[in-house]
Design a protein around this ligand. Sequence first.
Ligand SMILES: [Zn+2]
Length: 254
Amino acid sequence: MLSRKQLQRYSRQIMLPQIGETGQERLGAAKVMIVGLGGLGSPAALYLAAAGVGELHLVDGDHVEISNLQRQVLFKTNHRGKDKAQVAAQQLTAANPEIRVQAHCRMADAAWLAGFLKEGNFDLVLDCTDNLDIRHVINRVCRDAKVPVIMASVRGFSGQLVSFDFRSAGSPCYACLFPPQDRDNDLPEAENCSTVGVIGPALGIMGSAQALEAIKLLAGLTLSSLNRLQLFEAGTLEWRTLALPVSKTCPVCV
Ligand SMILES: [Zn+2]
């Protein structure tokens, strides 16, 4: 049962037939991990906190730098030098004190992620990192733990969004799409935002799209990015969609 305070705070989404009180209760009972609190994680985390997702775990080992502020909207100039996960947790709690937010000031690695996901009973992971190696780790660990994942990335003016629901047997995975050893499909690890540049609002759009898909998944609605690579071009404001089958040569699935 939702309290009067909750009915008031979330009234604008509860009045939507797609969400309703049942959807709101599902959001409130959900436990979500957000890996990376940068340009994607900032809007994604803000929207999920505002929407009343009951428990958020924020994973980031970085500190706030002045060059982050062009796109990482959770942080202000006076946060320079502070732990991103810690500041993000404070900002989200200020936005919505009704939810639980926990900061993990560390980089995600396979052993820690696997252990934490196993014991944590998570409903969903958002991959908001800008590192291809970590993305493959998140893919593998979420698949093993049967936890759905929503991934996004932006390079320059181009964004990608894709979701996998590893609770269903036979789901494709990120490695079906981009095999780990095949570096031609993506930029090398070193070429992230710091070397190739990125336009801030494109991260806002893709991070918001991750939050949107997360709310849909948690509320039991159909995802538009499930097993489908959604490509966004900020230069033309155009979206393209590619369906993803399971790859018969995927090193993770096969
Ligand atoms: Zn696969």
